[in-house]
Design a protein around this ligand. Structure first.
Ligand SMILES: [Ca+2]
Ligand SMILES: [Ca+2]
Length: 474
């Protein structure tokens, strides 16, 4: 990055103006350098899809030399009409509150000077999102009251003035910034992310919370992922939906959210310890939501990482010693979700495990459908197509869950020529069991657990149960 004297000290957030193609990156100043002032938020721009960035401009002018500005979030209004291409920036002024600035000239200048006050007190984790009607929503973690809350305010005049405070949810946890007190000594929080359905205007908010106060209470689940929806422009919020389906008391934390431009799907990804009985090793998991009006139906959680990794903190003297993997983001087009996270699986010459940024392009789910559904015992013969389509479905699930494609016997089954054999069924079971393992779920039980080649007749039940077991982890 072409840094000026204030540098860039992390807390990166990207947003894109879909008309001009300009990409905006906001960061804090180099907060570990005591010789510079931290009274600004650095906004870098790229007009060539991120190949190069401009020198930063100050997105938060008008603050005093001793002010420390922190924890920015930035968003472009990409909806057509008045307000389109405006850029909104929110941030914390330490020991004061959350403020907002905006740019109406493509990120060249920002104002108002000194920002627009959103919330005072023990607040953090500001997040800005823009509605299809150009309303500007600011969400944050409210730590000034008990119980702690996630709150929001809304502007209907392009970010000039804001309406009253609305509570999105109360939280169980009371740690600083909503810290969950997880094993390993790294920092966590209960900051929200929000996204709009671009088609119907519904708002989705995600966050993590624990199940007891304090979160470290013996036997408590210290981290779960929750989802709430507003169908009335943020005035009221649905009951919380727990997104992690692990049925353990292990940790899930720090979710990231994206909605497709066509408003039909959403994705949430997060850190997850369900696969480690010691509640230590980390993976990322995700879930798809299928949206129909105001109904969001969530599928099975899937494993995103292909390898578990341990906590790795305190390696960089320029970074807070308990910092690990903040600021994850997800975005979407109508074909893919794109998710980034901090991942410590890799080594370098100093550490067996050290942090890297990883990324996955996640294919949009296509609901599985089956030929001859339902199969009728002693009526429908088991056909080659029944096997081949399940092979494709299972390999789709394997790819989604971080597993390699399964190699099948008789890779090409010829309709009307290849006889369906025992091995075709047993290896589908094996391939599918791998998906259950990846998701941390018990493997299914099967009819005729041992299918003997040339002895067991392949039955309708053998196919039908694989189908239902495929649907169960879709
Ligand atoms: Ca949990
Ligand atoms: Ca690294």
């Amino acid at each position: 990055m072409p840094a000026d004297a204030s540098g860039n000290g992390g807390d990166p957030v990207l947003t894109r103006d879909n008309v001009s193609g300009t990409i905006y990156l906001s960061t804090v100043t180099n907060l570990s350098d005591p010789t510079i002032s931290h009274n600004r938020i650095q906004v870098f721009r790229s007009s060539n899809d991120g190949a190069t960035f401009t020198f930063p401009v100050n997105g938060a002018p008008g603050f005093a030399t001793g002010d420390v500005l922190d924890k920015p979030w930035i968003a472009v209004d990409n909806f057509s009409g008045t307000g389109q291409r405006n850029v909104y920036l929110v941030f914390l002024k330490a020991n004061s509150g959350i403020f907002l600035t905006r740019s109406t000239d493509g990120g060249v200048t920002w104002g108002p000077s000194g920002g627009t006050l959103i919330a005072l007190g023990t607040v953090q984790g500001a997040f800005v999102a823009i509605g299809p009607d150009h309303a500007v929503y600011v969400f944050w973690y409210e730590g000034s009251f008990s119980p702690r809350q996630i709150r929001m305010r809304k502007s209907t005049n392009l970010g000039v003035g804001f309406g009253p405070v609305i509570t999105v949810t109360s939280l169980v946890g009371t740690g600083a910034n909503g810290a969950l007190g997880l094993n390993g000594g790294f920092r966590t929080n209960s900051f929200p992310q929000a996204a709009f359905n671009p088609v119907n205007g519904n708002i989705y908010v995600i966050y993590n919370d624990c199940t007891a106060n304090p979160c470290t209470t013996t036997g408590a689940d210290r981290g779960n992922i929750f989802f709430r929806q507003s169908t009335d422009d943020g005035s009221t919020w649905s009951a919380a939906v727990k997104l992690n389906d692990d049925n353990t008391t292990r940790d899930q934390w720090q979710p990231a959210l994206a909605v497709t431009p066509d408003g039909s799907r959403l994705f949430v990804g997060w850190y997850d310890r369900r696969l480690d009985p010691a509640n230590s090793l980390i993976n990322t998991f995700g879930v798809f939501g299928t949206i129909s009006g105001s109904t969001v139906t969530f599928g099975s959680n899937f494993r995103i990482t292909t390898q578990s990794f341990p906590v790795a903190i305190g390696q960089d003297p320029g970074v807070l010693p308990d910092y690990m993997g903040d600021y994850d983001m997800a975005v979407a087009d109508n074909s893919f979700f794109y998710y980034t996270w901090g991942d410590n699986r890799g080594s370098n010459s100093f550490h067996a495990n050290q942090p890297d940024v990883r990324f996955k392009k996640i294919s949009m789910p296509v609901p599985f459908t089956f030929t001859d559904d339902p199969l009728t015992a002693q009526v429908t013969p088991v056909k080659a197509v029944h096997i081949t389509e399940l092979r494709d479905d299972v390999n789709t699930l394997r790819s989604r869950n971080g597993l390699g494609a399964f190699t099948y016997t008789d890779p090409t089954l010829t309709v009307g020529a290849t006889q369906v054999k025992a091995v075709h069924v047993t290896e589908l079971r094996t391939a599918l069991n791998g998906v259950y393992d990846a998701q941390g779920k018990a493997q299914p039980t099967y009819t005729d657990p041992t299918i003997t080649a040339a002895q067991t007749v392949i039955k309708k039940a053998h196919i039908a149960e694989i189908r239902s077991n495929v649907k169960a982890v879709e």
